[in-house]
Design a protein around this ligand. Structure first.
Ligand code: PHE
Length: 351
């Protein structure tokens, strides 16, 4: 074979073996195989300069070299592609045997758990849950509940007032963060009148108070309301006693004391015997043997009338109880601020 062709083939093959990436391979292709100025096309052109009798042999040889280096190129191209794929796969490895991350399961807030227990107990006694707004008018929170402006009973509730203007005036007092769940009484009555009513109204209440271990400026209450014909004080007491027994144990005793609320007449406070000492007296009940569970009473005639019911035909009872306080007693929680502190160490202990 023509020695130029042998040299060409050897050089091409050894340089090809040295090309380790796509870039080097492309440079090699241009140097040897490109139509314009590639080493192979130069070798083909050389054919024309040879004497006629040498041409067939040279032609065959050149074709053989061309076939050899083209085949080698194709093979090298495949090798480099496979190597690149291999590198990519081993570089960003997906280890399918790695165990998954365990999702951390949440749980219901201790207050939610307690509320649901309350709903269940009252549902069995025929009470529906009624949702009333957190932001109320002065009228619903006070006026319609028989607490007129400047009535001293307003001092029972330290109030957050909500301003509706950019430059609030001290006299502008029409919207409030509800200070108790009682305004919901008027809302249910106005919606249901003249149907009989048996509802509980759970929700957050707000008071402009100093935050301490015993009082937060936001807390839950649960109101109860029954309106109908022939509803009496004994129905109220029976309902609260039944509640105390289902919530805190079958043997619970209830006592009532006279009290005052502008929207009930007569008004009472209901106590049950202490769940810790059973009435003997301990630190939790402050050595009285009793724990207060609700403020309550017969719905005041003015309130019935404001709700649309004729007090000569209808009567009703209402009660209001705290939600956090009983939970504090039950779980021996000594600071109400934990309920809103968002501390998982506290929250994870319940449920
Ligand atoms: N709303 C009263 C309070 O917040 C509780 C109450 C409710 C009393 C219903 C009587 C009847 O103190």
């Amino acid at each position: 074979m023509h020695e130029n062709l042998v040299a060409l083939r050897e050089a091409a093959l050894s340089e090809l073996a040295a090309a380790v990436d796509a870039e080097a391979l492309e440079a090699w292709r241009i140097k040897y195989l490109s139509r314009k100025g590639g080493a192979l096309s130069e070798a083909v052109k050389a054919l024309a300069a040879l004497p006629r009798e040498e041409r067939p042999v040279y032609g065959q040889a050149v074709n053989a070299v061309k076939a050899a280096i083209e085949a080698a190129f194709a093979k090298r191209q495949e090798q480099l592609k496979a190597a690149a794929l291999e590198a990519e796969l081993s570089g960003s490895a997906i280890d399918v045997t790695l165990p998954g991350r365990k999702p951390s399961l949440g749980r219901l807030h201790v207050t939610t758990q307690n509320l649901r227990q309350l709903y269940a107990i009252f549902a069995e006694m025929g009470f529906q849950v009624y949702d009333a707004p957190d932001v109320e008018t002065d009228d619903y929170n006070f006026g319609l509940l028989n607490i007129p402006p400047y009535h001293p009973a307003r001092d029972m509730w330290d109030t957050f007032w909500v301003s509706q203007s950019a430059t609030p005036q001290p006299t502008e007092r029409s919207l409030v963060m509800r200070t108790h769940t009682s305004p919901g009484q008027i809302r249910v009555m106005r919606e249901r009148c003249p149907e009989p009513i048996r509802v509980i109204l759970p929700g957050k209440c707000y008071r402009y108070e100093q935050i301490t271990a015993r009082s937060e400026h936001q807390f839950y209450q649960m109101e109860g309301l029954a309106v109908g014909k022939n509803i009496r004080m004994t129905d109220l007491i029976g309902t609260l006693q039944q509640f105390a027994r289902r919530m805190y144990g079958a043997g619970r005793r209830l006592r009532v004391r006279g009290s005052y609320f502008p929207f009930t007449e007569p008004s009472i406070e209901a106590d049950m015997d202490c769940i810790l000492c059973g009435g003997k007296g301990c630190g939790v009940c402050k050595y009285t043997g009793w724990l207060e569970i609700a403020g309550a009473g017969m719905v005041h005639p003015v309130v019935l009338r404001n709700g649309g019911y004729d007090p000569d035909i209808y009567s009703g009872f209402a009660f209001g109880m705290g939600v956090e306080r009983p939970a504090m007693l039950k779980y021996k929680i000594n600071d109400i601020r934990y309920f809103y502190g968002n501390d998982l160490r506290f929250l994870e202990q319940f449920g």
